[in-house]
Design a protein. Structure first.
Length: 257
C-alpha cells in the first residue's frame, strides 16, 4: 500500500487540483449517484480514506453524522481545518483501511464511502471486506475507482499514442506523480464479485466522466456555459449503457445483506 508520506507530500498538489472543472464535475456526479440510494433522515456515515473531506463535508453540511478515516496526518489536518471553517463537528480518525474493523468492531454505520482509495492498496478484496465490516445490514456502500477501460481510449484519442493504447490492454497499473505512487486499475465488473463476496448486493453501476476525459481542449471546460452543458450531459450518461463502461471512473453502489 502507498505510504502515508506520499499523501502528506502530495497534499498541496491535491488541494490545488480540486477546483479544476474536471474535478468539480467528478464530485458533482459522485454526489448525484449517491443521492439516488441514500435513505431518508440523518445518517451515520463513514468516509474511508476520505482525505481532506471533499466528500465528507457536504454530507455533514446536509445534517449527517460523518466519521472520516485517513492514514495521512496532513490530509486529516486539512479535513479538520475545512470542517472548522464550515463550523461542522466531524469525527476524524487516523488509520488505514485494514484497521477499520478493529477501530469499529460493531456494524454502526448506515453508509460507507470508499472513493478513489482502492487504487492505492494491494489487496482489493481485503480492502472491501474491511470497509464493509462496520456497515449495518441494509446499509449502503459506495466505491469509486479508476476504470481501466478508459486507459486505451485516453492513450489513443488524447495522446495519439497507439503503441501505449495497445500496451494498456494488458496493463492494470499506472503511475501518478501527484502522490509518487502506482495506481491499480480495474473495470467495474472485476470489482463487483469482490463486493458481493464481502456481503453486498449491487444496486448501481455508474460511470463518472463518461466523455470529459476524451475532450482534448481543457480550456473549453473553464467556460461556464460549456461546463454547464457538459455537466448536464455527464449526469445523463452516468447510468446509460454503454457509456458508463468507458468513463474515467466507475462507481459501484451496493447494499449490505
Amino acid at each position: 500500500m502507498t505510504s502515508a508520506d506520499s499523501f502528506d507530500e502530495g497534499l498541496s498538489k491535491w488541494l490545488n487540483s480540486l477546483d479544476e472543472p474536471w474535478n468539480r464535475l467528478r464530485y458533482t456526479i459522485f454526489r448525484a449517484n449517491l443521492a439516488r440510494h441514500l435513505p431518508e433522515g440523518s445518517l451515520r456515515i463513514l468516509d474511508a480514506g476520505g482525505g481532506s473531506g471533499s466528500d465528507a463535508i457536504p454530507l455533514a453540511q446536509a445534517g449527517h453524522a460523518v466519521t472520516l478515516v485517513d492514514f495521512s496526518a496532513s490530509m486529516l489536518a486539512e479535513a479538520r481545518r475545512n470542517a472548522e471553517a464550515a463550523q461542522l463537528d466531524m469525527t476524524l480518525v487516523q488509520a488505514d483501511l485494514a484497521e477499520i474493523p478493529d477501530r469499529f468492531p460493531e456494524p454502526v454505520f448506515d453508509v460507507v464511502l470508499c472513493h478513489n482509495v482502492i487504487q492505492y492498496v494491494d489487496d482489493m478484496p481485503g480492502a472491501l471486506r474491511a470497509i464493509i465490516a462496520p456497515l449495518k445490514p441494509g446499509g449502503i456502500v459506495s466505491v469509486i475507482n479508476i476504470n481501466r477501460y478508459s486507459d486505451a481510449l485516453q492513450a489513443a484519442l488524447l495522446r495519439h499514442d497507439l503503441d501505449d493504447a495497445l500496451a494498456s490492454l494488458d496493463s492494470r497499473e499506472s503511475y501518478t506523480p501527484m502522490f509518487d505512487t502506482t495506481l491499480r486499475h480495474y473495470a467495474g465488473e472485476e470489482m463487483i464479485p469482490a463486493l458481493e463476496a464481502a456481503g453486498c448486493t449491487l444496486l448501481g453501476h455508474y460511470g463518472v466522466r463518461c466523455l470529459n476525459d476524451y475532450i482534448s481542449d481543457n480550456n473549453l471546460k473553464f467556460d461556464p456555459d460549456f461546463y454547464a452543458r457538459l455537466e448536464q450531459l455527464e449526469l445523463a450518461l452516468t447510468d446509460q449503457y454503454p457509456y458508463y463502461l468507458i468513463a474515467r471512473f466507475f462507481q459501484l453502489i451496493g447494499r449490505k445483506q
